[in-house]
Design a protein around this ligand. Sequence first.
Ligand code: PLP
Length: 460
Amino acid sequence: MATAPQVVDSELQKMAREHLWMHFSRMGGYSPEHEIPLITRADGCYVYDEHGKRYLDGLSALFCVNAGHGRAEYGEAAARQVEELDFFTLWSYAHPRAIELAARIAKLAPGDLNRVFFTDGGSEAVESALKLSRNFHRAHGKGQKHKFIAREVAYHGTSLGALSATGITNLRNQFEPLVPGACHVPNTNIYRWPEDRDPLWAADAIEERIVFEGPETVAAVILEPVQNAGGCFVPPDGYFTRVREICDQYDVLLISDEVICSWGRLGYYFGCERFGYQPDIITTAKGITSAYAPMGAVIASDRVFEPFSKGDSTFAHGFTFAGHPVSAAVALANLDVFEREDLCGHVRAKEGEFRQMLESLSDLPIVGDVRGAGYFQAIELVKDKETKESFNDEESEKLLRGFLSGELYKRGLICRADDRGDPVIQLAPPLIADTEQFEEIHDVLSGVLTEAWDQVVAHG
Ligand code: PLP
């Protein structure tokens, strides 16, 4: 594991304030008194800030570093690759590592998902999958099939096509008009469903929407195995079986957006395996390299690839850096680690213990629900456990940004306090996390959530 020297350099803070534009960040909120969180090194499940303070990375650096931080062999693979072939593009050419990685992914992916189109990240993967769906139908003489159906509150990325699939109003409305053809249907926020609701209600809503739009206009349905935004919404039993049937019935492609849910996050290489469904396309990124180098991919079935496999037909789409040899070499090293250490098996063996630890917090008055799968779990925070009353926007702002985010970080736990749906805390530690890390998460959360509730009571 890496042992980089500790860096303490407040000049970096100043330079960051003056020149760095952080993503999704209130840049005006930083000042000499309000430091930018500056992570300078990492090792295993832990990262360190510029002062040398240690944090448990309870979010795998945004659901990315699945194999854990600081593995020198990934750097060695990258260095070997730079010496052999630094870069060549996949635009009309191939190179060994992209070929080897595509073949290895095809072998791991379920069913006939045999064709890999590389991208640089998740948004590009989603963007590519949406364009591919339209192109696929066009190739079959069904060019009118252009709409795609996604779920409310789901996050599918920020480029304009991916953002059109994203179902978070506040992210969408400031960039409108978006790409035409995006429709949204209810998600599987079971905690907020009436108790007597048919478990297949949300799946049936997809069929209703396809029929409403006109099946001859709908190209694809895009869903995450477990929906991230809103707080780890798991599907009810039978949901994906029903969605698959609906897609088959109306000749609509099923895209499984596994930018988070693949590469062991749910205890399997691919999230769809956990829930037993066969998508037409998987989109992935993040954990494909454990984020030691940027990469994403679209994995398409033989059927989806077929129109592009013959004659002069081309998928007229690409990105200069996609499938970069260094990223591909790192991804191969990552898969070696997954196999050698059986990281998927470790998650399956330990997820019960992880979940139990989180459920032991259910006694706290602020904890309304604990849900998720694998190493991808959320705690929903409520004002009233009995009625499930949530916090309004102002209260949520005060609770999450005014207290929880800062306090969790101060106490050495990086996780996500999120209110894109109702307020939740999300945890997705590196897949090597074990009892020691679970206990640490528990201790920080129980203290911080107890204090949060005291504040709720004190301030109403
Ligand atoms: N799709 C899903 C399900 C995601 O969670 C994300 C990012 O978190 C994306 C797409 C976009 O990926 P990226 O940030 O790599 O563009």
